[in-house]
Design a binder for this molecule. Structure first.
Ligand code: ATP
Ligand code: MG
Length: 367
């Protein structure tokens, strides 16, 4: 008699996280270039809060040096930093459980940049499609070295705290791929291992058990990895097409009234052929816990104006508690600074430990 050998399918990333959240460490972040928006929220912020609440250790980064990638001066940086901390607190990042920090305040993180730069070729940096897109939208006349090496700096962010999980939007996938390459190459060259299993964050699982210095981190995409803005392009802080989390209900209504749609009056959900209308439907769906198809069927012949009213109502209702919390936290600016100062302290300790390991692995721990 032969016995059927049943091999269970490998658990998905989500299943692995749910099974053992304490094994994972997350790092993800945003550039303080302006108010956080719905694209951030549904692309990554909501996932960060969910992971935090599951018991995953979360690091949230204000990528303040990277403000300069596509502009010559970092205008109102202090203000943007404070507002960003405010957005984080408003959406539910809890500084008692998660670490909110700015990478300019963590010298050991930035030191990782040098060995990492030695692990990538200039051709690889030039090939990155997100960098190409950002160059196209840049406000600088020439491409700076910082712009080109942005993904390497991001690898330093992620690997400084050995994060194994990175909740990001779709535009970040090429960057994360480079972080994975850098982690593998570092491990191969200096770690005496072939690159650790992904996922476990070097905190008790997967990596750190002789497999190499760094985990090979995995991207975690949400169900809205590329939310479009009111002009039909990727919703971005710097492209004038975003609905900020902290916008007023009236401003939200005004922005959505001006959103681009198409010539077909009858509303249908068809992301490939009708990206603008479909993005509005998705937004309404995300905010109301329904499906875009349902909302499309309901709107049908009533057209784009009716759809925009539905979206506005759903967004304003969904954001109301977030906006209320935002207003409460906004009254205490000193608290925002304190959250950041404490986060910086924690991030410094973690990055210093990592840098010490990197030095030991590279044989440069002779001081
Ligand atoms: P900027 O215009 O200054 O580049 P941005 O709006 O693109 O700002 P970033 O700070 O570059 O924001 O991105 C922060 C994070 O938010 C990244 O993980 C990115 O993938 C995600 N994100 C940004 N915009 C969107 C969007 N429209 N949909 C989904 N995720 C997004
Ligand atoms: Mg961006």
């Amino acid at each position: 008699m032969t016995q059927a050998v049943e091999t269970a399918p490998a658990p998905t990333l989500e299943e692995r996280v749910l099974r053992d959240p304490g094994r994972f460490r997350v790092l993800t972040g945003d550039r303080p270039t302006g108010p956080l928006h719905l694209g951030h929220y549904f692309g990554t912020l909501r996932n960060r809060v969910r992971l935090q609440n599951l018991g995953v250790e979360v690091f949230v980064l204000l990528a303040d040096y990277q403000v300069l990638t596509d502009r010559d001066v970092a205008e109102n940086l202090g203000r943007h930093v404070e507002e960003q901390v405010l957005d984080y607190l408003a959406v539910g990042i809890d500084p008692a459980r998660s670490t909110v920090f700015a990478h300019s305040a963590v010298p050991a993180l930035n030191q990782l940049m040098l060995p990492f730069l030695s692990l990538v070729s200039v051709a690889e940096l030039h090939r990155n499609p997100t960098v190409k897109d950002e160059i196209a939208h840049s406000r600088q006349s020439a491409v700076s070295g910082l712009m080109l090496t942005y993904p390497v700096h991001q690898a330093a962010d992620i690997l400084s705290c050995k994060a194994g999980l990175v909740p990001v939007g779709q535009d970040q996938l090429p960057h994360l791929e480079l972080t994975r390459t850098i982690a593998r190459r570092f491990n191969e060259r200096y770690g005496g291992g072939g690159g650790g299993a992904a996922g476990g964050a070097g905190v008790g699982g997967g990596v750190g058990t002789g497999a190499g210095v760094f985990p090979v981190p995995e991207a975690l995409l949400s169900s809205a990895p590329l939310l479009l803005g009111t002009d039909g392009g990727k919703m971005s802080k710097s492209r004038g097409n975003a609905i900020a989390l902290g916008a007023s209900p009236d401003e939200t209504a005004r922005l959505l009234r001006g959103a681009r749609t198409d010539a077909d009056r009858h509303i249908t959900y068809d992301p490939a052929n009708r990206p603008e209308v479909s993005s509005l439907l998705l937004l309404a769906a995300l905010c109301s816990g329904r499906t875009p198809e349902e909302i499309a069927a309901e709107t049908g012949a009533a057209g784009a104006a009716a759809l925009k009213r539905t979206v506005t109502e759903a967004v304003n209702e969904y954001l109301a508690p977030i906006r209320a919390r935002r207003a409460e936290y906004a009254a205490d600016r000193a608290h925002l600074r304190r959250v950041l100062a404490e986060g910086n302290e924690r991030a410094r300790a973690v990055a210093e430990t990592t840098l010490a390991e990197v030095r030991a692995a590279m044989g440069s721990d002779y001081r």
